[in-house]
Design a protein around this ligand. Sequence first.
Ligand SMILES: NC(=O)c1ccc[n+]([C@@H]2O[C@H](COP(=O)([O-])OP(=O)(O)OC[C@H]3O[C@@H](n4cnc5c(N)ncnc54)[C@H](OP(=O)(O)O)[C@@H]3O)[C@@H](O)[C@H]2O)c1
Length: 232
Amino acid sequence: MADIVVFGASGGIGQHLVRSLSADHTLLGTYHSADPGSLAEGAAYHALDVTDSGAVNAFVAGVQDQLKRPVLVYTPGVSPDVSTHKIEDADWERALATNLSGAMYVTRAMLPIMREVEWGRIVYLSSVLARRGTPGTVAYSTTKAALGAMARVVSVENATRGITANALALGYYDVGIIKTISEENLQKHVLPQIPQRRLGDPQNITEAVQFLIRSDYLTGATLDINGGMVGV
Ligand SMILES: NC(=O)c1ccc[n+]([C@@H]2O[C@H](COP(=O)([O-])OP(=O)(O)OC[C@H]3O[C@@H](n4cnc5c(N)ncnc54)[C@H](OP(=O)(O)O)[C@@H]3O)[C@@H](O)[C@H]2O)c1
């Protein structure tokens, strides 16, 4: 049993993770604008803007006594849909802050706890778009690729301390951010790119997180869970 903090527990995937992991682990979730209410019995939720490093430090200091076997799952992500030659500073900076700086802030805040107990698991939710060029995704793809680099650096810095850090490069799942894509776009442009011709079931993400919690020799990796998209 581990003590899991899901950052972004109000999102589609975050909600699924809290519900599906709470039977075997203790769960803390954070949300930004949307209080998820009671997702799972025993799970507790805290409002947190991950782009505010002071707030991140205060949150982690407040819950650290509950983290005996700490697991960090980072899900916050935003995806401005705009070409590189048109992107506004505000869109770029919001994506950088939410998708990337927040991941570093929560990692930096939780690592001392993990190093102290000599055990920890860090999982960043990345994307297949970290690996392929897709128009209109400069901020999203760049930040998601950087999460893979973050996992590699954090993994080697902490490899002898019982801590692993990995990223999950997700394809398209039937939950959350995908709901912003129109049905027509989904049928014409998204499904044809997926060799399995279907969206992913979020339970695949839960199973990957469970596997990463159990595994003590898999670290610094980016795992593709996408119905076969890489290289297509
Ligand atoms: N769904 C997919 O098919 C898919 C595919 C590939 C990768 N991913 C990645 O998986 C992750 C989760 O995706 P999702 O579909 O669950 O997305 P989602 O439903 O849009 O949820 C996004 C989450 O990010 C949180 N968030 C946004 N800004 C924040 C901030 N400043 N501080 C704290 N939290 C903030 C949101 O909180 P509030 O709602 O409370 O504001 C929400 O919990 C994302 O990083 C996404 O890029 C998803």
